[in-house]
Design a protein around this ligand. Sequence first.
Ligand code: ADP
Length: 161
Amino acid sequence: MKITAIYPGTFDPITNGHTDIVKRAAKLFEHVIVAIAANPSKEPVFSLKKRIDLATRVLAELNNVSVRGFESLLAQFAKQCGVQVIVRGLRAMSDFEYEFQMAGMNRTLIPDIETIFLTPAGKYTYLSSSLVREIATLGGPVGDFVHPDVYAALCQKMCQY
Ligand code: ADP
């Protein structure tokens, strides 16, 4: 059986921690869809189009990975894509409560899709898009945490403020 997994998130912007999870998922499943949520309630810094563009460039070398944007409920989008698995990343216990709640709700909404959790390499356990944005806003070096294209986009964005 060929399994397609969806890895949903805001990816504002994609970091090396996200990429680590995508690479792990790409080894486990035939196809991985990185699904970028419009998520207007989070007021993303980068537009959906830009987040899709950056993730597509960062993940270009992974042949069984595709990047898509979505504006609907994840449960509806996952069903529409015909996936069997939802992948989420777990960094620390602080992620657990929210992720546990989401997994339970998604199981209620789409019982035939399983949520699985992957942990990143240790050096990424403290990394988040929000921290990267915060450091970049204050002019700090974020080059070790993101792909060069994302770094350039962050520099350009922060110059606008
Ligand atoms: P969301 O708004 O859905 O939390 P994010 O883009 O912040 O979107 O995160 C998407 C998923 O990636 C979540 O499961 C999150 O826990 C995971 N994630 C984010 N950063 C990392 C990281 N450094 N290592 C592993 N997983 C991560």
